[in-house]
Design a protein around this ligand. Sequence first.
Ligand code: NAG
Ligand code: NAG
Ligand code: NAG
Ligand code: NAG
Ligand code: NAG
Ligand code: NAG
Ligand code: NAG
Ligand code: NAG
Ligand code: NAG
Ligand code: NAG
Length: 381
Amino acid sequence: MSDVGLLRLLQLQRKQKNMCNLTLCFLLVLTCSSSSLSLCPAHCSCESTVVNCVSQNLSSIPQPLPENVTTLNLSGNNIRNLNNESFPRTLEHLTHLYVSGSQVERLDSMVFKNLPNLRLLDFSNNRISEFNVEALPQDSKIEVLNLSKSLFNHSYIGVFADLFRRSLPKVSHLDLSNNDLMFLPEGIFTDLSNLAVLDMRNNTLVSFSNETFWNRALKELDLRDNALKVLPNMTLAGLSLIPDLRVSLAGNPWRCNCDVEDMLIWLEKHDFVVDRLNLTCSDPTELKNVPLLHLEQSQLQCWSNAEDVERALEPSYVFLGMVLALIGVIFLLVLYLNRKGIKKWMYNIRDACRDHMEGYHYRYEINSDPRLASLSLNSDV
Ligand SMILES: *[C@@H]1O[C@H](CO)[C@@H](O)[C@H](O)[C@H]1NC(C)=O
Ligand SMILES: *[C@@H]1O[C@H](CO)[C@@H](O)[C@H](O)[C@H]1NC(C)=O
Ligand SMILES: *[C@@H]1O[C@H](CO)[C@@H](O)[C@H](O)[C@H]1NC(C)=O
Ligand SMILES: *[C@@H]1O[C@H](CO)[C@@H](O)[C@H](O)[C@H]1NC(C)=O
Ligand SMILES: *[C@@H]1O[C@H](CO)[C@@H](O)[C@H](O)[C@H]1NC(C)=O
Ligand SMILES: *[C@@H]1O[C@H](CO)[C@@H](O)[C@H](O)[C@H]1NC(C)=O
Ligand SMILES: *[C@@H]1O[C@H](CO)[C@@H](O)[C@H](O)[C@H]1NC(C)=O
Ligand SMILES: *[C@@H]1O[C@H](CO)[C@@H](O)[C@H](O)[C@H]1NC(C)=O
Ligand SMILES: *[C@@H]1O[C@H](CO)[C@@H](O)[C@H](O)[C@H]1NC(C)=O
Ligand SMILES: *[C@@H]1O[C@H](CO)[C@@H](O)[C@H](O)[C@H]1NC(C)=O
């Protein structure tokens, strides 16, 4: 009996051991599979489908990223270069990608080829000097592109013109603020048929044409804090043709002379400039900070044309005088240094003259009557 009981006990223990092994194995398999699919990468924290890898001094995109990631925040890192290896696996669900303030300099071709459903791309606060035209797929679904303070070289905007045209058919909100942009290529936004909000705040635009922002979809255009001094009729007419456009223009150094009159008429008649009450003069000094819409006609003075020309010529007259004086001094110096030669030369001339005159007198005396000849001889003495 005791032998049988012992056997049973042993069998039972073995069974339990097997079951233990099985569950252990199961757990192991589970963790293994889950880690290969969607374990949170090192230096990141994952909450549901949001992956945060903020300010970790990462120099590349952490791998592997969970397959179900929808939002990835990589702000505040040190990712100088993104290339076709940065996102090696297709992330079907990734829609929001933030790479702000991460020292990004280069984006090579095909960077985003594995992110087919990106809707928002934030590359603000970087110093991009190379953004390959083929970095984004041609049919990208990007709706919001943030390039605020991200261009290393303001001349680089020309390349973006091609990129926008090629790769941003769906973009509706484009942030190009704080980039020190001085000019915009003609028609850079024309083909973005969904572009509703365009932020150009705090650049250094001096002027733009009636075609620059021509885009029927545009609803909000922020041109505050640029370097605009006056907008001519045609430019304003161009803006007013965009059906639902609202423009912000405050913080520009408006020059309040007679040239601004046309613009004032526009501001009074049309209300597409939403902050028109906030526009103030910065030039001339006596009108500094006066709101444009408080100006009186009599305050808007220009130099008359004659005065203008005089003012322009004043410095050149001074310069001309100085040049002439210098030439005079040099001339006198040359004369002085050559004084002996000149003396000799003058004597030579005098002698030649005398010879000539004598010959003349001789002929004259022969040909004329003696009374006149004696007279002329007397006058010669
Ligand atoms: C995404 O994957 C992670 C890791 O496996 C998981 O914890 C999370 O629940 C998943 N989220 C969704 C919405 O499936
Ligand atoms: C960040 O990483 C770079 C190299 O990638 C290193 O030189 C630097 O010291 C790191 N900075 C910090 C604050 O850890
Ligand atoms: C990404 O992280 C930065 C730094 O913590 C934070 O300021 C920013 O709001 C985050 N962005 C999103 C969309 O969560
Ligand atoms: C990635 O780019 C490198 C160099 O530009 C190229 O040699 C390589 O074939 C590319 N890889 C893929 C998967 O496109
Ligand atoms: C772009 O980024 C800047 C700085 O990170 C932020 O202030 C701004 O609101 C962002 N613009 C958009 C459209 O999200
Ligand atoms: C800026 O870009 C222009 C044109 O792309 C180039 O000629 C110029 O050298 C660049 N300047 C700097 C400082 O990189
Ligand atoms: C304006 O943009 C410049 C860079 O072009 C930046 O340094 C400055 O901080 C910005 N000013 C504001 C008020 O954002
Ligand atoms: C601008 O338009 C106004 C009428 O809207 C017109 O009186 C004025 O002469 C125009 N100015 C110029 C420079 O064409
Ligand atoms: C801009 O002005 C030019 C010259 O007057 C004109 O031919 C063109 O149609 C205008 N464009 C727009 C979009 O108003
Ligand atoms: C005008 O400026 C004031 C003070 O800076 C500001 O509160 C207000 O929002 C501005 N108005 C518009 C329409 O931007």
